[in-house]
Design a binder for this molecule. Structure first.
Ligand code: FUL
Length: 504
């Protein structure tokens, strides 16, 4: 008896840690009327990304390529009346676009296959308003194919932007006819270019020639995408990736990937229960706080819906020669990196090719310098070789060599912890990096970093959410001891990385 009891006690921490490890994967959950506040918080902390969301989140840096009729007319929004003959890049090289992006650390690019003017960068069978009626390559060219092939050859992801709003199509305004047209175009893009990793829809919607706005049949489009390209995330007007809410490049300081799904009819939820969501959450996504306790407490359903931060390297989305000297500087891009990737978001940086069909020298230079700043900063984790103590922690070594299968967490059901690090030698640093193991959820709500300043501890920085990645910069300090205090978490907090870095 006694022996068994002892064994029982010894096994207890194991049982608890297996509980944290073996969690069911679920990217949305319904809140019951009988759920207490604590139940809701735990449900939120237990939501996880779908495989396609996880793949996308881990990219961190993605690129947007706004290119099309507007590049040649020097506009941002065409009206659809442009002559296809105006589209004539003199030296288009999609290989150069992809190489330039890749060298800056970008892991996936999205091409504007069709913008609001309706001009198609591929020879669509369903319209005359495309590259097939342009002088470029005597009407035999296909920009979408060139970009897809370059991405596949150079080993980065490929995505398409297809504007629902179409100012050229005569049927735009007629819901049935236009949706059939749109579905045909989507089928072409998702069938003829190999693997597609992201489909990006924006919400713009105007009146057609009949004076009406068509009703977009999003659910039909989503089903087609799931069927033809099951690995692709559907972004912005889509269920997998949420627009961060601004086009400035600056995400929220508190960024939850778990948010309420508002305004959805219950039947829809029931019907889709236990499946991946195929409908986009509605509601205002631009507020300062989309997912803290006070917000989720009022929710009916919670969903894993992570943010994407889109911004252009230039003032406009399309190339304009007059903006050559207004390309964002490497320092500005670095600031944007910390405020997007460093705030639990994926950066979607737009780099518009010029009239030649090349990423312009001005953009190239700043991208390269920016890539070098980021690479240099994160080359060496100054915490490497540190001695780490966390009294209620499990798997402490994972803080320096972690991953989704090997991560630091707490014993029992502890939602608070202190992690103390004694560095191999005194170091000067000015950046903190934290990563949660989001494969089992986003949980941390509050943390603080302190350093040993002589004989006493001083606060260095503090924050709320962590998620996929949290980066915080501060004035450089020199010390040999730091401690991270996690003071709030929805379930056992987890970390796969704790890094200290010095900016060049
Ligand atoms: C917006 C569009 O209207 C802009 O032209 C651009 O494509 C941006 C990314 O999305 O809604």
């Amino acid at each position: 008896m006694k022996k068994n009891y002892k064994y029982g006690l010894l096994l207890l921490p194991l049982v608890f840690s297996t509980l944290t490890y073996a969690q069911k994967k679920q990217n949305y959950v319904t809140i019951n009327l009988t759920d207490s506040e604590q139940d809701i918080v735990r449900k939120a902390g237990g939501l996880t990304p779908s495989d396609r969301q996880l793949r996308w989140q881990e990219l961190e840096l993605t690129g947007f390529l706004h290119f099309g009729m507007n590049t040649f007319t020097n506009r941002e929004w065409g009206d659809g009346k442009e002559d296809p003959k105006l589209f004539n890049p003199s030296g288009l090289d999609a290989g150069q676009w992809v190489r330039t992006c890749k060298e800056a650390g970008i892991k996936q690019v999205i091409i504007t296959a069709k913008h609001h003017d309706g001009f198609c960068l591929w020879p669509s069978k369903y319209t005359a308003h495309s590259v097939k009626n342009s002088p470029w390559k005597n009407g035999k060219g296909d920009v979408v194919k060139e970009v897809a092939d370059a991405c596949h050859a150079q080993g980065i992801g490929f995505g398409v932007y297809l504007s629902p709003w179409d100012r050229n199509n005569a049927d735009y305004g007629d819901t049935e006819k236009y949706n059939a047209y749109f579905l045909n175009q989507l089928t072409e893009l998702l069938s003829n270019y190999g693997r597609v990793d992201e489909v990006w829809f924006d919400g713009a919607n105007g009146e057609g020639p009949n004076g009406k706005k068509p009703v977009y049949q999003f659910d039909v489009w989503y089903s087609l995408i799931r069927k033809l390209q099951p690995g692709a995330v559907i972004a912005v007007m889509g269920p997998d990736v949420r627009w961060v809410g601004t086009e400035s490049g600056y995400g929220r300081l508190t960024e939850w990937s778990t948010v309420p799904m508002n305004g959805l009819p219950n039947e829809n939820i029931a019907e889709n229960s236990q499946k991946d969501i195929t409908f986009a959450p509605k509601g205002d996504m631009t507020g300062d706080d989309l997912g803290s306790r006070k917000i989720i407490n009022k929710a009916k359903t919670l969903v894993w819906y992570p943010s994407e931060t889109d911004v252009s390297i230039r003032p406009g989305w399309f190339y304009h020669e007059t903006e050559d000297l207004k390309v964002k500087s490497p320092e500005k891009l670095t600031d944007i990196y910390y405020s997007s990737v460093g705030r639990n978001s994926v950066l979607l940086l737009n780099i518009p090719p010029d009239k030649r069909g090349l990423i312009n020298e001005h953009d190239q230079k700043n991208l390269k310098d920016w890539g070098n700043i980021i690479a240099k900063t994160f080359k060496t984790n100054l915490a490497k070789g540190a001695k780490i103590i966390s009294l209620n922690g499990v798997n402490t070594s994972a803080l320096l060599h972690g991953g989704s299968k090997n991560y630091w967490t707490t014993k029992g059901q502890d939602t608070a912890a202190v992690i103390e690090m004694t560095l191999a030698k005194p170091q000067t640093f000015d950046v903190l990096l934290l990563k949660e193991n989001i494969t089992i959820g986003q949980r941390i709500e509050k943390f603080e970093l302190e350093y040993l300043n002589g004989k006493s501890w001083s606060s260095l920085t503090e924050g709320t959410t962590v998620g996929a990645k949290r980066l915080i910069r501060f004035k450089p300090v020199t010390t040999q001891k730091v401690r991270l205090k996690i003071t709030g978490s929805r379930l056992n907090p987890t970390l796969t990385a704790l890094g200290l870095y010095k900016q060049p």
